[in-house]
Design a protein around this ligand. Structure first.
Ligand code: CAA
Length: 374
């Protein structure tokens, strides 16, 4: 059972998603247009830094509130959900956990209140699943770090004001030589590179971010030198719960559309909902979505209780993303030929679902993380 406070945040996000997002989602996807105004409104509602204390610019709610809100936003628009998720989990969270008081004041407050937008620069052309294989370097020189390298597939890359950037401060130490930095994107030497044309979540920005001899003040080191890889993995644990919630939202949108369609579409003289083949598909979809949601909520509750939650986050992300893929595939099957066209939203849900099995750690990586805990 959800508490009254949890129901309130769920209702707030649901009503906003239905009134202010869902009618624009199709056009945003078709045009690949970043939803600037929607993100501003999400910020005004306090949804860009949900679990950050109010004193640091956030809403001061727990992690369960975060996933409840994110699911509702994802039902309406998966692109908007990932923009929100990256800012909340991958940017605000490491600043909250590892940032100095000065960093929190300067960067976390505007990010958590949604006045600024963040991105997370870990992936590189040769460091995807093997995130430890960082080639970006940050060389210490006269009290500064000189940052050089290329980051790939950066969600919010084109729009972000602030980037959490991972780079090697000591190449000889491999993963233990990686450090994290808070970087202002307006600094000289930073360029947005190739903008990706994606299959799904087309309204969210995704690009290379290129750093060429960028001068980073020493006080912008996040945590300690050499702590970067652990900061990245700890941050991703949290991010994966968010992607689990996004997946549940996408799957729910597909189930709701397929159920409504099955009740109105007639073949052989009756609504196709009356056929057991369709009922079984819908029943499996509903069951898998509930199971996925419970895994997501468990991980969020464990995180909020300061319990270890790495395995549970990986399970939630693995199961929820696979559920999103299965449910959206079956939803298209229920729509038949119409489902394969852009006249109905299920083809968008299907395209949006696929990325959830890839970003913030592929399904194969989630299994590695889970297996490591067995
Ligand atoms: N939290 C903190 N520390 C952790 C950790 C965690 N969850 N998991 C492991 N560590 C520590 C280990 O204890 C170890 O520390 P010691 O060396 O002191 O013992 C250290 O980190 C290294 O651990 P491993 O040797 O196990 O690391 P590995 O190189 O084998 O990698 C991995 C493990 C799970 C494969 C990891 O590389 C991984 O998660 N890869 C996937 C990367 C990923 O998810 N990328 C997503 C990019 S971001 C994105 O998609 C965002 C977006 O735009 C939407």
């Amino acid at each position: 059972m959800l508490s009254e406070q949890h129901k309130l945040i769920q209702d707030l996000a649901r009503s906003f998603a239905q009134k202010e997002i869902s009618m624009y989602a199709k056009a945003l996807d078709a045009e690949g247009k970043f939803p600037t105004e929607i993100i501003q409104k999400l910020a005004a509602l306090g949804l860009m830094g949900i679990s950050v204390p109010q004193s640091d610019g956030g809403s001061g709610l727990d992690h369960l509130s975060y996933v409840l809100a994110l699911e509702e936003i994802a039902v309406a628009c998966a692109s908007t959900a990932v923009i929100m998720s990256v800012n909340n989990s991958l940017v605000c969270e490491p600043l909250l956990l590892f940032g100095s008081e000065a960093q929190k004041k300067k960067y976390l407050v505007p990010l958590a209140s949604g006045k600024q937008l963040g991105c997370f620069c870990l992936s590189e052309p040769d460091a995807g699943s093997d995130a430890g294989n960082q080639q970006t370097v940050a060389q210490k020189k006269e009290g500064k770090y000189i940052l050089t390298g290329t980051k790939n597939f950066i969600t919010n890359g084109p729009q972000a004001d602030i980037a959490i950037v991972f780079a090697k401060t000591d190449r000889t130490l491999k993963k233990k030589g990686i450090s994290a930095f808070v970087v202002e994107k307006k600094w000289p030497g930073i360029e947005v590179g190739k903008i990706e044309k994606k299959m799904g979540i087309r309204a969210s920005g995704c690009s290379q971010v290129i750093f060429q001899d960028v001068e980073v003040p020493a006080e912008n080191l996040l945590g300690e030198e050499g702590q970067g890889f652990k900061i990245a993995l700890r941050t991703l644990d949290s991010g994966r719960i968010g992607i689990g919630a996004q997946s549940v939202g996408i799957a729910r949108a597909a189930l709701e559309a397929a159920t409504a369609y099955a009740k109105e579409r007639k073949q052989f003289g009756q609504p196709i909902f009356e056929f057991q083949a369709i009922q079984w598909m819908l029943a499996d979809m509903a069951t898998q979505i509930d199971a996925a949601r419970l895994l997501v909520h468990r991980a969020a509750i464990l995180q909020g209780a300061n319990h270890s939650f790495s395995k549970e986050a990986a399970m939630a992300k693995l199961y929820a993303s696979q559920t999103a893929m299965k449910v959206t595939t079956d939803a298209i099957q229920i729509f038949g030929g119409y489902g394969y066209t852009q006249d109905y939203p299920v083809e968008r849900f299907f395209r949006d679902a696929k990325i959830t099995e890839i970003y913030e750690g592929t399904s194969e990586i989630q299994r590695l993380v889970i297996a490591a805990h067995l």
